[in-house]
Design a protein. Structure first.
Length: 268
């Protein structure tokens, strides 16, 4: 693990059922934060959901702008399986890192796949290496969830994405940073379809959705068309709404229910 120091919130003072970490990551050569909801459950080997945020955001936005914990608790009362929600920072550069392994700024992919996941599984008794792992995200986080989920297909039990950036050129809608700053060593690295096709045999259940008023709707439709042509199994939904938190708060339900269905099917 490339984490050299961990600061962890005290449950005596932290918000209910929540822990926040500050990790010093050698992958990033800096400190970054992770918020975890439902960390202190008495259950063991609980499934983990990694929730990736979009541009401009940080580890706190899924809860404090999207009410992810409230959506989860509401569904728990209706029979949803118990999960641990892991909400990391993207790494904190520019308007967003795109969760990519960048040569100069840092390896934001391994920050998620190594530092964040290993810290949680090593530190919390409610989860372990046996825990099923799920990933989701919105906008840039949807891009991260789709790309990381497909690239590391064998590690994940399910992938879901909302209002996703589906190609690097979409970033120009949200940032003035030149797209050349996001170029990676491997020309295929940033290509969601490349990883989906490469790992087609191992790809876990996959879903994505987008609002019909979202500026990314055509980009999502193009990805779905390519997934269909490549015969890559997935679920896709279009619903009313735009690129906004009310949409994500409403439709996080679909992600949690999707993961719940997978989790319950595994236990049969």
């Amino acid at each position: 693990m490339a984490v050299t120091r961990i600061e962890k919130s005290n449950p005596k003072y932290a918000r209910k059922n929540t822990v926040t970490y500050t990790l010093h990551s050698d992958n990033l050569d800096r400190r970054q934060d992770v918020t975890v909801y439902n960390p202190y459950s008495q259950a063991t080997d609980l499934p983990i959901i990694v929730l990736l945020h979009g541009v401009y955001g940080n580890n706190w936005v899924w809860m404090d702008l999207g009410g992810a914990h409230q959506v989860y608790e509401s569904l728990r009362k209706q029979g949803l399986s118990e999960f641990v929600l892991v909400m990391p920072s993207d790494g904190g550069i520019w308007e967003g890192s795109a969760y990519l392994p960048l040569e100069e700024q840092g390896n934001f992919e391994q920050w998620i796949m190594q530092d964040v996941i290993e810290t949680v599984t090593n530190d919390l008794t409610s989860v372990s290496e046996k825990s099923n792992l799920y990933i989701t995200g919105l906008s840039m986080g949807g891009y991260g969830a789709l790309r990381l989920g497909a690239k590391y297909a064998k590690q994940f039990s399910g992938i879901s994405a909302h209002s996703s950036i589906t190609q690097l050129s979409d970033l120009s809608l949200f940032t003035d940073k030149p797209l050349t700053a996001y170029q990676t060593a491997d020309i295929n690295e940033s290509d969601i379809l490349y990883w989906c096709d490469k790992n087609k045999k191992h790809l876990p259940p996959l879903r994505l959705d987008c609002g019909v008023s979202d500026e990314l709707i055509e980009s999502n439709r193009a990805l779905v068309k390519n997934l269909n042509q490549a015969k890559i199994n997935h679920q896709y939904q279009e619903m009313s709404g735009g690129h906004e938190w009310p949409y994500w708060n409403t439709h996080l339900v679909k992600t949690l229910e999707f993961f719940d269905h997978i989790e319950k099917s595994k236990s049969k």
